[in-house]
Design a protein around this ligand. Structure first.
Ligand code: ADP
Ligand code: MG
Length: 250
């Protein structure tokens, strides 16, 4: 469970990265986070892993108050929340296998166990045959898969993917979305920040839309509906209804 309550982030420059954002994402959801460059998508991800602090508001991940989380607990938070960064952050002098096993090494997992787990995850993302290749030997889609594998290696409950299709052609983009969707179906909560309107429009997923740091829309997108204001209200209502129904069941 992810919850942001009245979260604002004002940077030292005076720029508001986010203004009064309130939203929640349930366990097991798949959500697209959309909005133009500079709308605050990456800032939300950075706040969720305590890479930066909000200037106002509260952030909850599972049962943790992220803002007040003691420093020594930050590694626990980051274990639960895997991130695929926009710039991937793969180490160029390490193979795919070594890049992906790094978080396990850091957590002190023994090498036999680590090998087994890395091969499991490489199989899941379809990269096992590329395990000994260096990043420079991988295609854009394969690099993205490697970064997803590294984000999954510690079995996070939440996966944040920051514009994972940003530099990919349309067919490869769809493969990455399919992979994220499969990961979600196995139980991981997935939030994908994206610009890719074709993908968002073609899938009936929840869409959270930001504009200049403000939340401007939150609802299930219906692929075949007209895009006028009336329909947008309808989609929003659909989402709220299902949310209320879920709450009643609990
Ligand atoms: N470290 C920072 N210092 C100052 N301003 C920042 C910083 N990070 C982001 N911003 C600003 O905050 C806004 C939101 O940025 P960001 O979250 O990166 O947007 P997005 O990921 O949607 O492109 C932008 O105006 C950006 O310039
Ligand atoms: Mg960004």
């Amino acid at each position: 469970m992810i919850k942001l309550d009245n979260v604002s982030k004002k940077f030292g420059t005076g720029v508001f990265g986010l203004s009064d954002i309130t939203l929640s994402v349930d366990n097991g959801e798949f959500v697209f986070l959309i909005g133009p460059t500079g709308s605050g998508k990456t800032t939300i991800f950075r706040l969720l892993i305590r890479e930066t602090l909000p200037t106002e508001g509260t952030i909850t991940v599972n049962d943790w108050d992220v803002v007040k989380l003691p420093k020594q607990k930050i590694p626990h938070l980051r274990k639960k929340v895997g991130v695929v960064f926009q710039d991937l952050k793969l180490l160029l002098d390490r193979t795919t296998f070594e890049n992906i096993s790094l978080p396990l090494e850091v957590s002190g997992v023994n090498s036999d166990e680590a090998k087994k787990r890395v091969e499991e995850v490489l199989t899941q993302v379809g990269l096992l045959s590329h395990k000994d290749k260096f990043p420079i030997q991988l295609s854009g889609g394969e690099l993205q898969r490697a970064a997803i594998a590294r984000a999954l290696i510690l079995s996070p409950e939440i996966l944040l993917a920051d514009e994972p299709t940003g530099n990919l052609d349309s067919a490869t983009s769809w493969e990455i979305v399919k992979l994220l969707s499969d990961i979600n179906e196995k139980g991981t909560t997935v939030i994908m920040a994206t610009h890719n309107a074709d993908i968002v429009k073609s899938l009936s997923k929840r869409v959270i839309e930001l504009e200049k740091g403000h939340l401007v829309n939150d609802g299930i997108h219906k692929p075949h509906e007209a895009k006028n204001g009336h329909e947008e209200k309808e989609t929003r209502k659909t989402h709220e209804t299902s949310y209320e129904e879920r709450e009643k069941k609990e």
